[in-house]
Design a binder for this molecule. Structure first.
Ligand code: DC
Length: 249
């Protein structure tokens, strides 16, 4: 058996040109409808890394508040129930399913009422603190990670090896959202209605005091409007390779 020196080990890479050992965090932030979730999941698979959907955590919190008929403005009550739910992911499923009180929430987190309520929940500082703590813990348990959200590169993993910010024209995002909903068998409103929802959510997400949606200075900004999901993934794989190669040279 050949024994590798420490130096050789750090330069060993997998098919995607990614070092096979050691922590690697890749963050993807950006507004809704840029294809970010799908891109992050495919990118993680291509790079052989785990995938964290932090939007699912805020969606789970919103679903819990709604299903327990908690007034969304009653911050202590929302926080108490969300903490009690002990949100976890089941890492044996693809994508990892989010669990509350050990039970999968499944598609409940994608329902229209949850989508409408979630930015209000995500604006609660105490809820964000709780989620950021959980996400960093997940980062320790899954140190080879592609994580997507709004604040992953700016707040949660400021030292991430590679950071992306995905953006797209709002009209394109509304069209994609509608297609996604129809594919998932969800009764989709018109593109105009979705566009208004998206603009409202963008404005709430980027103007809140805690963890607002911003493009970190050291993130690579990608406009996904003119390219397909597969093209975005191919582009990001190349950019991750180049960034990691530059960092190790
Ligand atoms: O990406 P998504 O649509 O599943 O996100 C749901 C909501 O959660 C959206 O309003 C933005 C918010 N969110 C957030 O504030 N911070 C994150 N890290 C992830 C999502």
């Amino acid at each position: 058996m050949t024994t590798l020196t420490d130096d050789q080990k750090t330069t060993l890479t997998n098919d995607a040109g990614i070092p096979v050992e050691g922590p690697i965090v890749v963050t993807l932030d950006g507004p809704a409808g840029t294809g970010k979730s799908t891109v992050a999941r495919l990118l993680a698979a291509r790079l052989g890394l785990d995938f964290l959907d932090t939007g699912a955590m805020y969606r789970a919190a919103a679903a819990i508040a709604l299903d327990h008929k908690i007034d969304l403005a009653d911050v202590p009550a929302v926080l108490e129930r969300v903490v009690d739910a002990d949100l976890h992911f089941d890492w044996t499923t693809d994508p990892p399913a989010i669990l509350a009180w050990l039970k999968p929430l499944n598609e409940r987190i994608r329902d229209t009422d949850v989508t409408k309520a979630v930015s209000q929940i995500a604006a609660i500082g105490k809820v964000r603190e709780h989620m950021v703590r959980k996400q960093r813990l997940i980062g320790q348990q899954h140190p080879r990670l592609v994580t997507e959200g709004r604040d992953q590169g700016s707040v949660v993993f400021p030292d991430a090896a590679v950071k992306f910010y995905l953006d797209a024209d709002p009209a394109v995002r509304a069209r994609r959202r509608r297609e996604q909903m129809l594919e998932a068998g969800i009764d989709a409103p018109s593109e105009d209605v979705l566009l208004q929802d998206i603009l409202l959510r963008d404005s709430r997400d980027s103007t809140r005091a805690d963890g607002p949606l911003i493009c970190p200075d050291d993130a690579m900004r990608i406009d996904t409007s003119p390219i397909t999901i597969d093209e975005v993934v191919d582009l990001l794989v190349v950019k991750v390779r180049v960034k990691l190669a530059a960092a190790s040279s």
